[in-house]
Design a protein around this ligand. Sequence first.
Ligand code: ASE
Length: 302
Amino acid sequence: MAEHLSQSELDYPFKLMEYLNGFRISKAIFSACELGVFDLLLESQKPLTAGEVAQKLGTSGDGIERLLDLLVAIEILEVELMQGTAYYNSTDVANLYLAKSSPKSLHSLIIYHSQTTYPLWNNLVDAVREGKNQNEKTFGLPSEEIFSAIYRSEEEMLKFMGLMNSTWVIDGHDIATAFDLSCFKSIIDLGGNFFDGEIPSADLYILARIIHDWKDDKNVKLLKKIHSACNKGGGVLIAEALLFENRRGPTMVQTFSLNMLVQTEGKEHPPSYYTHLLTEAGFRDVQVYRTGKSYDAILALK
Ligand code: ASE
């Protein structure tokens, strides 16, 4: 079977060609989102022609028609022919995840990827060569202070918060219900200046996508600091995208890890990294819960 598949890939590299085209698909969806295509189709409540979409969004008719046709081909939009005219309509997936007004909207994630992540990935070659983030080359910002780059303006800070929030809208429930947290009465969701500032005492500390931003030594320091502030019987809940123990996947997490390379000083890790880190900081009873979605949960006790 595997041989058969690789043989046909040698005949013609279908899978490879699809991978190579991936950036165009991403950028087409991002652009439709930025132009307001999905919001318009949701609000209009009836199918629209390419000409009507162009007129309402202030775009060229030809450009929007090609974009709409691609979105139909990848099953993000639907089309219906009436007397030879194409009428475009949204799908349930587009209405739920791509329209701005939906409570489950990924609009903020898309805006961030299109305007910030995409330019950073344009410098992936240098990131891999140098082994460091590309904030300086991409945005003219110092690479050491990663959050002064990520929060470089009020607008950028809000965009980043939007990205972080849109993933919690779809992944938050699985993380929050992974473990029975009913014994923890006071909870701190850790963010901000936790290296220099004082950490208040609490029963449970939530570290959601914090550890993956930083180098090992900072992570050990941070978890030791949390351990000493933590109430007796308390713990720490970590939310991160976990690699397989052998690092051979999931592909999504491997791409996240490269994303951390271009933007931060951290990386994604397998469960054993977190177990070692937590144990070194004095925590015990480390439990790992894989959600099967983008983000996983780890709980450890003091
Ligand atoms: C961080 C999370 C992210 C710091 C920088 C980041 C994400 C993008 N840039 O803590 C979100 C997760 N990763 C991707 C690729 O979407």
